[in-house]
Design a binder for this molecule. Structure first.
Ligand SMILES: NC(=O)c1ccc[n+]([C@@H]2O[C@H](COP(=O)([O-])OP(=O)(O)OC[C@H]3O[C@@H](n4cnc5c(N)ncnc54)[C@H](O)[C@@H]3O)[C@@H](O)[C@H]2O)c1
Length: 283
């Protein structure tokens, strides 16, 4: 079992913490504000209660998993972790700054990882004095449901770090695929042109968003259509992913559709803000 640190308690950070706690790992979850840390603990308890109600978890297992998680606003609390995964906003400057702080705080053996969807892990690694101990551990959304993780190998990482990262991921019941440190890795490099082109079809008036979603679900057997998926991912995160892909490859398929950019400016971010392509407010 590892002592896991998770930085960022958004959609992904909280999901990764839940997976790891259920797998028996001790978790320190760090939010910038103590109020958010407390709210994240309350949401975790609610999510675990739902598992108990569905008969997937016993009350004792729920209590044990909850007892393994400490949510805090103190970055220093991560100093006792063997592995720290950052899952803060998809912004390279923010992540680089965080890696430099983590490098200063964490003891020499600690492995530092990023859950970035697209950004160059090498740039985060080079902010530290331990680039051989930095890799990407890219979970998918929702982290508690999706069983794949991409293990991202920057040029500087050691084989030992990659094996430790793989062992951790597998201990959480996930399958790991190893990918090179290129924007979008495998999954998002293939997925995001599809999502972006769905927005373009909508802008062209080819069909309504509901009909595009229905078409892709019905024809391809996808569990949800592109607009429902964009809302789940978060439109700000989707825009950041497309921008990183376009920056790397200059492929027009990655150039963000104008409507996506306008919706982010309007703070229509998908489920997390209550409104995106669909409305999630309870009436
Ligand atoms: N949403 C997805 O489907 C998905 C899937 C896989 C990976 N990711 C990646 O996970 C990471 C987090 O994404 P998310 O969807 O959880 O986003 P989110 O918007 O739900 O959460 C972002 C978190 O970052 C924190 N944050 C924002 N600005 C910050 C700053 N300046 N300094 C420190 N923390 C800051 C926020 O408080 C929040 O806790 C990103 O790198 C994203 O690319 C997202």
């Amino acid at each position: 079992m590892v002592a896991l640190g998770v930085v960022g308690s958004g959609i992904m950070g909280s999901g990764i913490a839940e997976c790891a706690a259920l797998a028996g790992h001790e978790v320190v979850l760090r939010s910038r504000q103590q109020a958010t840390a407390d709210a994240t603990m309350a949401a975790l308890e609610k999510s675990l209660n739902r598992r108990v109600d569905k008969g997937k978890l016993s009350a004792e297992e729920r209590d044990a998993a909850l007892g393994r998680v400490t949510a805090t606003s103190e970055l220093d609390a991560l100093a006792r972790c063997d592995l720290v995964i950052e899952s803060v906003v998809e912004d390279l400057a923010v992540k680089k700054h965080l890696f430099s702080d983590l490098d200063r705080l964490c003891p020499d053996p600690t492995i530092l990882a990023s859950n970035t969807s697209t950004l160059p892990v090498i740039e985060m690694a080079m902010e530290t004095g331990r680039p051989e101990q930095v890799c990407g551990i890219h979970f998918f959304n929702p982290a508690t449901v999706m069983d794949l993780v991409e293990l991202v190998r920057p040029l500087t990482v050691s084989d030992g770090t990659m094996s430790t990262a793989r062992a951790f991921v597998e201990s959480c019941g996930k399958r790991a695929v190893e990918v090179a440190d290129r924007a979008g890795f495998v999954v998002n490099a293939l997925l995001f042109p599809y999502l972006n082109n769905a927005i373009r079809l909508l802008e062209l008036g080819v069909a309504s968003k509901e009909d595009i979603d229905t078409a892709m679900q019905g024809a391809c057997g996808f569990p949800m259509g592109p607009f429902a998926l964009l809302d789940l991912v978060g439109l700000d995160t989707s825009l950041a992913i497309l921008e990183a892909l376009y920056h790397e490859y200059r492929d027009p398929n990655y150039a963000p559709a104008p409507l996506l950019r306008r919706m982010v400016s309007a703070e229509q971010l998908g489920r997390k803000s209550g409104r995106g392509f669909y409305d999630y407010h309870r009436h």
